[in-house]
Design a protein around this ligand. Structure first.
Ligand SMILES: Nc1ncnc2c1ncn2[C@@H]1O[C@H](COP(=O)(O)OP(=O)(O)OP(=O)(O)O)[C@@H](O)[C@H]1O
Length: 253
């Protein structure tokens, strides 16, 4: 199997707290991995370690087969990793189109001077808005503050797609969304996968994770206690593993 990302023996400490205690984790190409576990299990720390928000105290990370520690999320993003946080997905005060291009704005040059190419930004943003099915919106210059939670997640996912992410990380994308909005975000995950992108999805809702994931990884107190293909377990099995904090005990095993 072609591994896009591989982490081996990852340890991350915050003072005396050992948030990750020797975690092996990988993501194959075009694979959706559901990352679940109780509060404080280490899920966010793990994905933040992938994108360079944190640096591991021990262990190795391989990106596309090469040993890689990203210095910061900007470097991870340039390599093709987009992370979408529940609350920090977009900046309220800016327009949709500014949010889409944040830090990657197209410029046009007149002589030696570079200008923001607003027209290109608006045109491309409109394409993205249409492609992710946000029909209610009238213009890419609308403020993000007017969008619902689901629309924000959709814009953030659309942005990742536009910039050809290889790995999309969604941290609690469906928390606080309506049933219909949740449906849309989960559909986006499957569309993205069909385009060959890998996804890590963190959620407390095991049923959402189960629906879209190919593989499910459970963390507990900084350790990996389950890493299975979805077909091997039911959602109830996963819930049981999280509740007990120990690997699955199947009858006869
Ligand atoms: N910046 C930090 N400084 C100190 N401790 C931290 C920091 N970030 C996380 N921790 C601790 O590391 C452990 C793992 O936290 P983490 O946020 O990764 O868990 P999580 O599985 O994402 O939990 P949740 O589902 O509640 O978001 C917890 O004990 C947490 O208190």
């Amino acid at each position: 199997m072609d591994k896009l990302l591989e982490m081996r023996g990852i340890v991350k400490r915050f003072g005396r707290v050992e948030a990750l205690r020797g975690v092996d984790f990988h993501v194959n190409r075009a694979e959706v991995v559901g990352l679940v576990g109780d509060n404080g299990a280490g899920k966010s720390t793990l994905v933040k370690t992938i994108v360079g928000v944190y640096h591991p105290d021990e262990g190795e990370i391989y990106w596309e087969g090469k040993p890689t520690i990203f210095r910061d999320p900007g470097e991870a993003r340039a390599a093709g990793i987009e992370i979408v946080y529940q609350h920090l997905a977009l900046i309220d005060l800016l327009s949709i189109s500014r949010n889409i291009f944040l830090g990657r704005e197209p410029v046009k040059r007149i002589g030696p001077i570079a200008f923001l190419d607003r027209r290109a930004m608006d045109e491309q943003s409109w394409e993205i808005i249409k492609s992710i099915g946000l029909r209610r919106l009238r213009s890419p210059s609308e403020r993000v503050a007017k969008l619902s939670g689901g629309e924000r997640q959709s814009v953030a996912i659309g942005r990742a797609m536009h910039f050809k992410a290889k790995l999309l990380i969604l941290d609690e994308p469906t928390a606080a969304l309506s049933v219909r909005e949740t449906r849309k975000v989960l559909d986006h995950v499957l569309e993205v996968k069909n385009q060959g992108v890998s996804v890590i999805i963190i959620s407390h809702n095991i049923y959402h994770v189960y629906e879209v994931s190919d593989r499910i990884v459970v963390l507990d107190h900084g350790r990996k206690i389950l890493d299975v293909r979805k077909e091997e377990v039911t959602p109830e099995d996963v819930i049981e593993v999280i509740r007990k904090g120990e690997p699955l005990q199947k009858a006869g095993s």
